[in-house]
Design a binder for this molecule. Structure first.
Ligand code: NAP
Length: 259
């Protein structure tokens, strides 16, 4: 996706994976400071990378997670483009969220970005997570409601916008984050899992007549925003979509890495 954007912009350079075990994170960031324009940060480093950066954007600070680092002449600046990328994907699809009741499933780094983004954009947000204490901590940090198991059914059926921000369904086309038969009564279901491109949750929601959106738009837009931070240029988003889609549509779920 980034390689396609670089080529479309006529820029030399490359984007590649730097496998980084946790014990090597600090040394890796020093290498980035020396040799790279920027990096994306992914599981499991989005939170633990923060102490090694020189400055965080207001968004990254509020969310508590960094997915993009810009090397500004030796100073490492941390950003979170997952939040704005999620909203850009909704906007592109014409999905409304202002003033809507949103229920976000999950309490990891991605859920924090989605909850922050929806709250900032004027949605009424509640969060549900398998581990209740994590949902409660997220709700307290970001000033939203949490839902426990006793009220899950009511919250799902009553929401306008349901977002799966758990990793359930990733690399497993048969897994769903919701109990069998439970779906919203109206509105939109978004699954930010992008591998597979169509998850069980999306298939069931679509079959029930609900509008659906998968994880590809968020993936592409968070990448487009990172590209802009690194290069100062707006990328060819169509080229990024085509490259990402070609890889994800052609791949077996097992062969892809997490995002
Ligand atoms: P994470 O920090 O590891 O969080 C994982 C979340 O999933 C936690 O809330 C966890 O609940 C929940 N979970 C995991 N297994 C579960 C299970 N069997 N049943 C119920 N809940 C379960 O991961 P993350 O960084 O937030 O990423 C989450 C997903 O979003 C991944 O699939 C990732 O690929 C995707 N993502 C997509 C994009 C995109 O651009 N489309 C961007 C970022 C992330 P507990 O707290 O109970 O463990």
């Amino acid at each position: 996706m980034h390689q396609a954007a670089l080529e479309a912009a006529g820029l030399s350079g490359s984007y590649r994976a730097l496998e980084t075990p946790p014990a090597f994170l600090r040394a890796r960031l020093e290498e980035v400071r020396r040799d790279y324009t920027g990096v994306n940060v992914t599981i499991p480093h989005k939170e633990s990378v923060q102490p090694y950066l020189d400055e965080l954007s207001a968004e990254a600070k509020a969310i508590g997670a960094v997915n993009t680092v810009l090397n500004d002449r030796g100073r490492l600046l941390g950003y979170n483009t997952d939040a704005a990328g999620f909203i850009a994907g909704l906007d592109e699809a014409g999905i409304p969220y202002r003033g809507k009741q949103a229920l976000v499933l999950g309490a990891g780094g991605a859920a924090r970005a989605v909850v922050y983004a929806l709250r900032e954009q004027g949605a009424w947000v509640a969060v549900y997570n398998r581990s209740l204490e994590r949902a409660q901590a997220l709700a307290q940090d970001l000033g939203v409601r949490w839902v426990g198991p006793a009220l899950l059914k009511e919250a799902v059926q009553g929401c306008d916008l349901l977002v799966n921000a758990t990793s359930v369904g990733m690399k497993d086309p048969l897994a769903s984050p919701l109990p069998e038969g439970l779906l919203p009564r109206r509105g939109v279901v978004v699954d930010i899992v992008y591998n597979p491109l169509e998850t069980r949750l999306l298939r069931e929601a679509q079959a029930a007549g609900l509008r659906v959106l998968g994880g590809l738009p968020m993936l592409v837009w968070q990448g487009a925003l990172a590209f802009e931070l690194w290069t100062g240029l707006k990328p060819d988003v169509g080229a990024m979509y085509r490259a990402a889609h070609a890889v994800l549509a052609g791949a077996s779920p097992e062969s892809q890495s997490a995002g």
